[in-house]
Ligand binder design. Sequence first.
Ligand code: B12
Length: 481
Amino acid sequence: MSPRPREHAVPRLLGAPLSGRGRHVAKQIRGGRARPPSQRRLRAGRTPGEARTPPDERMLCVALGVVALLGLAGGCAAPHNAVSRMLHLLEGSAGTTEPPNPSVLLALNLAGAGANSHCKLLLQQLQKTAVERAPKDMTSGELALYTLALLSSCQSPRRVRALGHTVDVLRRLQERTDEEVAYLVLEGAPRTTFYQLSLDVLALCLEGTGSYEVAAVMLAKEVLSPGSGLSVDTRAVAALALTCAHGRLAAEGLGELRELLHDAVARVANAFLDQQEQGDGIIGNIYSTGLALQALTATAAFYAPREWDCAQAFSAVLRHHLQQPMAVAQALPALLGRTYLDAAGLDCGASRHPAHGGTAGAHQGRPSATAPLAPRITVYYSVVNHLRGAHFSYSTRVRVPAGSVLLAVLRAAQEQDPAHFSFQTEATSWGAMVVSIHGLAASTADKTYWRLLSGGDALEQGVDTYKPRDGEHIQAVFSTY
Ligand code: B12
């Protein structure tokens, strides 16, 4: 691929409206460019096959690494026992989930705990899945998360080998990102979501050879747009991505573009500081706070001279004793003073966290869907579609053991009345997602999903973790996003 004259292409986009430039922009975003020497330096020391630290030295590195890690978060340190519990939880989930979870490997590597057998197994599973799915049906965000996980394992995303085949995950990511941008230009929204587009920019920027500037500009504009309804989670990943892009462009004299990116990152970071103050340490909800803390960790220069009360945020997160591997995987890096921006600069030959000494952690499984000896509670359950095709609205009442997760309610309703309450779930990084009810399936092309509510408020968890109370009314409403 030949280098692209980006000094001309990118600034021209700054004043351009988001729509109406479809083919023109799509054309501009095609093609990669050579990575400048400054960026190559940034990534030194992570080439696969390089000399590894000998085992004896590694033990020393372990101790030093942990001291460094625990002291990194601007004077805030997460207690060792809390970090150790989280690491054990992640290790317990590594290699045991289907599909394998790149965010778990990324978090373990960022915590310096990526050398154990669980991580090696998880890496192999990810490589196998990449070979099978990257050429076919992976979304841009999935490819981006795989890229980050591979980079954090000091593996090149350009040559992923498994099952006797090799795939170029980075090339696929570039293609999918280009599709996202072209779609955004034409339709006003990415093909998937702004969350995935943020991951795309982050991964391409960190890897350093891809073409992500147009996507970064569009992301920054969306962040700054007054009507933008981006969630905390999405703005957090966008801030990380734009911080990376801002840093990369520093050496290249693209002043106007840097200003736009700076404004977008500063907007997100300042809003997070305000939200944290108002939310007693929580930014959005407990599950978005981990990513928001990563963003605040990475963006101090953008909210200076304001200061971040990281102690308040840390204790808010730690109070919740997060149990889901995905929630832990997003929060743990920040508690160790690290962020996804560090994924490409890790020294895979060096320190490994001693909290577990390479042994398996206690696996904290999901709460079981049934608890036979517990007293029973009554839960009211409705399924509603006033959106597509033949509208319907059915309600029922089921009895389940107290302490059951919502999935048990859905199963009981299906068992009682399969004609109205049949449903299907899909395994995802956050657990079981309800993808179809009463034969009506969610669709990414249509941007529809089954929204879960309790008494009219959206649930903050999914069916395999949320535990309804006695007398609660749960609704599943077919909705758009
Ligand atoms: C985008 C998004 C959605 C989109 C996904 C659409 C799409 N095709 O991309 C939609 C709007 C459908 C969605 C729905 C829900 N979401 Co959501 N979602 C996200 C978000 C912002 C990004 C996920 C993502 O794209 N990751 C990147 C891709 C590449 O990785 P992935 O593994 O392929 O991602 C898939 C899963 O994350 C899955 N998914 C998305 N949300 C949820 C929620 C649950 C409970 C499950 C099991 C799976 C799941 O869809 C993604 C795309 O296929 C995350 C934020 C975060 N911090 O992770 C919240 C997040 C995962 N969602 C959350 C919630 C609560 C929900 C809902 C339960 C909300 C509701 N009340 O209905 C529903 C799921 C209901 C159901 N049917 O089971 C919570 C989960 C918290 C928890 N402890 O479980 C998060 C963390 C947001 C938050 N901070 O509260 N979500």
